[in-house]
Design a protein around this ligand. Structure first.
Ligand code: GLC
Ligand code: CA
Length: 563
């Protein structure tokens, strides 16, 4: 009997609601459209949805600037539409996890409007207000999106702090009334029946109360451009703004609240720090393995090193969580492809994600091989952070506008947020042909990168995802097994075992990342491999065990059997 909680077995699928399916034809995804696609998701074989923010928002940070935590963005539908979606998902055994943005609100949130109105109003202390220092901001801290982290508000002549855009003021989590109000929000959604939360940017929740200045030997404009510097300097520059004392206690409190509900509700943190599981496993259930993503190519060497390190550091009782893409990063296909074997590599990458030990998180559109969108110009950008980047490159760095535009278009998060490609029709079946989608659809929807073209084609990437997802859910060792590295060296083949002590099942996973055949010697103690899955047609089901020859880019998953 497998006793794992559901979230350890589940495959999560991130949905970016604005781009998934437009049910009313206004060019914007909505709950009507999303609900109609639940059968697609059920057939695909995912178990849970992580829904990116669906709340009312001025949409300057694509919904991560929330103006009301207890409602639905009107363009996405009503609270009733949300509830209908949730029930319909549950009816298909698909769980739903919401995005919870604790660190900041929109500057249009009534809490902030009240807070900024006067120095002595009851919500003043719900945000982080300070007097300026020496005629400037209270400290020389930078926003994560670039520029100063403080904005002067002329109404009261004080500065407020924002880790992200100036339209995303940080909440003051040291204020008990604010905390109580936010816990009410959490209860609101748990009472409606959601299955948990993905916690946005948790490291940013507290700041150092004394606001120490950075004293690094850097020019002031470099300090304010922290995110353009190298990783260690960036970390150094954010040291007073990230992971400050109080955070673990706060997450423990949230965990107790969530645990007071039945049904194993889950907390997933947008961070890679395993300390967020909590010293007594009493904080977050899942923490993303972002270091796995941090590579230009996913090579066997990189993956092996990542797994050794990550699994060794995993606290006792904690469970891993792997992902390769989300709404902030390039598309998996574009990021890890080599331009020549992208289709083969995409298959290896999903096979990797679904066979490593841990809960996988997929991102919508990945399953049909959607690629980064190249926007045409500044007026098409919707990601405010990228618009700021453009202006900064022109104004502060003196780049010619064309070069600045090129840089902004190449890195904007809009590139991975374009509408889901359902068919080769105009607007890719996302919106009716007469509508104007909020972001352009990728032109490759007419070149086979769409659901309709792939759904009945057994050789498509979508079919490959579906086959693997269905295999995973019926294979105990893949769901629950421990990861055991096999001593294959080099950069061609990644091979490992997954052993599940409960069912006593052992699986071999072998992934050939090379464009030529590879033979590997494997010592399986006289056992045989029965093939469960292969990306290549093989004549024999049973493969003798001392050596294994793999065809180029082959994915092979087998079960070990006594002879
Ligand atoms: C997280 C989100 C990102 C957002 C940021 C600020 O990193 O994933 O999209 O911009 O938080 O809320
Ligand atoms: Ca719509």
């Amino acid at each position: 009997m497998n006793t794992q909680p559901w979230w350890q077995q589940a495959v999560f699928y991130e949905i970016y609601p604005r781009s998934f399916a437009d049910g009313n034809g206004d060019g914007i995804g909505d709950f009507l459209g999303l609900t109609a696609k639940l059968d697609y998701l059920h057939d695909l074989g995912i178990d849970a949805i992580w829904l990116a923010p669906h709340y009312p928002s001025p949409f300057l940070d694509c919904g991560y600037d929330i103006a009301n935590y207890a409602d639905v963005a009107p363009e996405y539908g009503s609270l009733d539409d949300f509830t209908a979606f949730l029930l319909a998902a549950h009816a298909r055994s698909i769980r739903v996890v919401l995005d919870l943005v604790l660190n900041h609100t929109s500057d249009q949130h009534p809490w902030f409007i009240e807070s900024r109105a006067s120095l002595d109003n009851p919500k003043r202390d719900w945000y982080i207000w300070r007097d300026g220092r020496d005629g400037g901001p209270p400290s020389n801290w930078a926003s994560i999106f670039g520029g100063p982290a403080w904005t002067l508000d002329p109404q009261t002549n004080q500065y407020y702090y924002h880790a992200f855009l100036k339209e995303q003021p940080d909440l003051n989590w040291r204020n008990p009334d604010l905390k109580a109000a936010m816990w009410d929000v959490v209860r609101f959604w748990l009472d409606l029946g959601v299955d948990g939360f993905r916690l946005d940017a948790i490291a940013t929740i507290f700041e150092h109360p004394d606001l120490p200045n950075h004293t690094l030997p850097l020019a002031a404009h470099d300090i304010l451009d922290a995110n353009a510097l190298d990783e260690p300097t960036y970390r150094q520059l954010l040291r007073w703004q990230l992971k400050q004392p109080g955070l673990h206690e706060l997450l423990q409190e949230l965990r107790r609240l969530v645990d007071s509900y039945p049904g194993d509700r889950v907390l997933v943190g947008e961070d890679e720090d395993l300390a967020f599981h909590g010293a007594a496993n009493d904080e977050l259930h899942l923490v993303f393995n972002f270091p796995l993503m941090r590579a230009d190519r996913l090579t066997p060497q990189h993956i092996r090193a990542n797994q050794i390190q990550r699994l060794a550091q995993l606290p006792a009782g904690a469970w891993p969580c792997n992902t390769l893409g989300n709404h902030d990063s390039p598309r998996v296909w574009s990021r890890y492809g080599d331009g020549a074997h992208d289709a083969d590599l995409a298959r290896l990458h999903i096979a990797l994600l679904l066979t490593l030990q841990g809960t996988p998180f997929l991102y919508n559109g990945e399953e049909i091989g959607m690629t980064d969108l190249k926007l045409g110009g500044l007026d098409e950008l919707r990601d405010t952070a990228a618009i700021h980047q453009y202006h900064k490159l022109v104004d502060t760095h003196g780049l010619p506008p064309q070069e600045a535009l090129h840089a902004a278009l190449a890195t904007t998060r809009d590139r991975c947020r374009s509408p889901m490609q359902w068919s080769d029709a105009a607007n890719a079946g996302f919106s009716p042909p007469s509508a104007t989608p909020w972001l352009p659809v990728h032109p490759n929807h007419t070149a086979g990168v769409n659901v309709a073209a792939q759904v009945d084609d057994p050789t498509s990437l979508l079919s490959f995802y579906r086959r693997l997802l269905h295999l995973r859910r019926t294979t105990p060792a893949l769901l629950a097994g421990e990861y055991q590295a096999l001593p294959t060296a080099g950069d061609a083949v990644l091979a490992f075992l997954r052993f599940d002590p409960n069912s006593r099942q052992t699986c071999l996973v072998a992934l050939n990342f090379a464009e030529d055949s590879q033979t590997l010697a494997i010592d399986l103690d006289g056992r045989q491999i029965r093939t469960l899955f292969t990306s290549q047609a093989r004549e024999h089901e049973l493969i003798v065990t001392d050596s294994l020859t793999m065809t180029p880019f082959e994915v092979l998953i087998g079960e070990l059997r006594e002879q």
